[in-house]
Write a protein that binds this ligand. Structure first.
Ligand code: PGA
Length: 215
């Protein structure tokens, strides 16, 4: 392909890895013009329902829409605390211990938030929300500052979370193993450009694996 337009909508948390894939793709196909829309899961589902983009990238695909989904990368959820927190050095923390902790969580409409609420419901444990924030970075700063614990995708973390004064807690049932999915409307014929990007994603997924150690 020499030229064309590719429209991708991806949830907020994918900003930690999607650009790393788009760079090499653009280098290989310089004539392709890419629009990447970064929104939370609810906004992304609206775009999907209105058929606004070629491809969608998200962690929690909807059951209610007629879509094809393909997992391409791990997306584990981890519990984070400030390094100085009393749970930070404990091993095998029971899930029920989270009931007493205040949480700083993503906004309603986020896939992360949806999963956290589902998991607490499954464990029948009350979820105490002290603060909602729409940004993964702001949440990490709030947690490092002592406002509470959080649960976020590991994609948001640097190889050494201690750099940000954060500790990954060893809570029973965590990390919650999930995936990143590329999603498309089942009825929609993919453009040549979109199909090329999908093939590129499949063959270059190793570019997205977390880098080991410090840069
Ligand atoms: P979010 O989605 O950025 O809307 O929270 C992330 C996910 O579903 O893992």
């Amino acid at each position: 392909i020499k030229q064309g337009r590719l429209r991708i909508a991806a949830v907020t948390t994918t900003k930690y890895f999607m650009p790393r894939l788009l760079g090499p793709f653009c280098a290989q196909y310089p004539g392709v013009d890419i629009a990447l829309e970064v929104v939370n899961r609810d906004r992304l589902l609206e775009r999907l329902a209105r058929n606004q983009d070629d491809l969608y990238v998200m962690g929690v695909p909807p059951d209610e829409l007629d879509i094809e989904r393909e997992p391409f990368l791990d997306n584990p959820l981890v519990v984070l605390a400030p390094v100085s927190h009393r749970l930070a050095r404990r091993k095998r923390i029971p899930f029920a211990a989270l009931a007493n902790e205040p949480f700083v969580l993503r906004e309603r409409g986020s896939g992360t938030r949806l999963t956290v609420e589902r998991v607490f419901q499954e464990h029948n444990v009350p979820l105490k929300i002290r603060m909602e924030l729409g940004s993964n970075e702001a949440i990490q700063q709030a947690v490092a500052g002592g406002l509470g614990l959080t649960i976020l995708s590991r994609s948001t973390l640097s190889p050494d979370p201690g750099d940000r004064d954060l500790a990954v807690l060893n809570v029973e049932g965590f990390p919650i193993e999930r995936h990143w999915y590329v999603v498309r409307a089942r009825h929609k014929q993919l453009s040549v450009v979109a199909q090329t990007f999908l093939d590129f994603l499949r063959t270059h997924v190793q570019l997205l694996e977390p880098r080991k150690g410090k840069p």
